[in-house]
Design a protein around this ligand. Structure first.
Ligand SMILES: [Zn+2]
Length: 97
């Protein structure tokens, strides 16, 4: 009885799709045969398929490396954007970890 999975996708307009899985949330744009998106568990990807054949090619782009590069830090408490190297949040004063 184990192993129920949940997966749902919502279409918004013609090209935007949001997919909800058990462990991840994804957002993608694309048309039949070509799609690109971001997935909360795996990162950015491109997805190419040949309609009617069931053949597809999904590749994840630079898993790990791209998003580990710290471009910005946000306050855990209020969500304000913090300058690099800040020790305290300038908005709410919370210490930055
Ligand atoms: Zn703050």
């Amino acid at each position: 009885m184990a192993g129920w999975n949940f997966r749902k996708s919502l279409r918004i307009g013609k090209v935007l799709r949001i997919s909800l899985g058990g462990k991840s949330v994804g957002l993608s744009v694309g048309v039949k045969g070509a799609r690109a998106g971001v997935n909360s568990s795996r990162g950015a990807y491109t997805h190419l398929s040949i309609p009617g054949t069931g053949l597809y090619n999904r590749s994840y782009l630079g898993t790990g490396t791209a998003k580990i590069r710290r471009s910005a830090t946000f306050c855990e408490k209020c969500g304000a954007r913090l300058p690099q190297g800040a020790n305290f949040c300038g908005t709410c004063g919370a210490p930055v970890k």
